[in-house]
Design a protein around this ligand. Sequence first.
Ligand code: UDP
Ligand code: MG
Length: 338
Amino acid sequence: MEAPRARLLCIVIPCFDEAEVLGHTYAELKRVLSGMAGYRHLIYFVDDGSRDGTLHEMNRLARRDESVRVLSLSRNFGHQVAIIAGIEHAERRADALLVMDADLENPPALIPEMLAQLESGYDVVLGVRRSERRVGLLRRLASRAFYRLFNQLADVPITPDAPDFFLLSPRAREALERMAERRPFLRAMVAWIGFAAARVSYVPPARARGRSKYTPSRMLRLAEDALFAFSSKPARLLLRSGALGALLGLSLLAGVALRGVEGSTALAALAAGIALAVSGVQLAALGLVAGYLVRALEQSRGRPLYFLQQLPDEPRAGDAKLVEMVSRGPVEAQRRRA
Ligand code: UDP
Ligand code: MG
């Protein structure tokens, strides 16, 4: 009898200025993957517009190892978009697709356990950080506050401390691909698609080399995008608090009218205070509405989420035009230099 064909695991790794750590990550991954029976693998490095030698390093690895594929975005589109590009371009026949960071904060040693969970019938397997004591207190508090707020506002809760380190079955991958988010927030998308999810916990090792690319303002932006994309509750709350404020104002006015101007100094002061507070709230409310509007506008423009300046070896059918565009670009020159 013919031996069963090895299953295919595709690994997507977004990289922004990770030249320093890439070789390590590759070596550690290969160490784990080569010890795994029953699976063959393809590693998709996604260069997110790096300014250091990341792309060069990726291409060097790809020349040495057939299982390495390289995609390069035309500029820095951000971590989340880089992951989407990888998911969309990884081999269609993958039996499992893993997303992980480039810095070894998501330990490759966890992969066999994650695959075992997928094989037992789950569609999504999340890597969940067990303790984060090595992260600063402020960042830990901010992260806890975010998860609490998000889960209070969003319709579908997300797993706290599950970073973008997850394994997908083919149908979970396809579900994600069909979401077409303008400002993707994968942690919530992975929850939103549903399907049974398993969790595998780990103690996060420190970043192997290089620095974190997430500044506090970048993190805040991601949190904002997440809330706008996955909750309409703030808009509803706004409507209700507006109605309540109007009611309060009207009754104050009625009070002033009934008691006459002289007897109502205290009431007038109160009314003035409330008017000030209300205008502040109105401004914030306007900002909130603008936030929804900007996002709706972006979604309706329908611009492509990203462009590639280097495609992996097998382009998708829909990439025909892109291939033409890529081959006219400076990539060949870059390859020759590499
Ligand atoms: N990353 C990316 N594009 C960006 C920022 C980050 O592709 O604009 C990648 C980065 O190379 C890493 C992953 O996203 O593989 C997570 O970033 P980082 O380690 O800097 O974030 P942290 O783990 O500190 O939250
Ligand atoms: Mg990291």
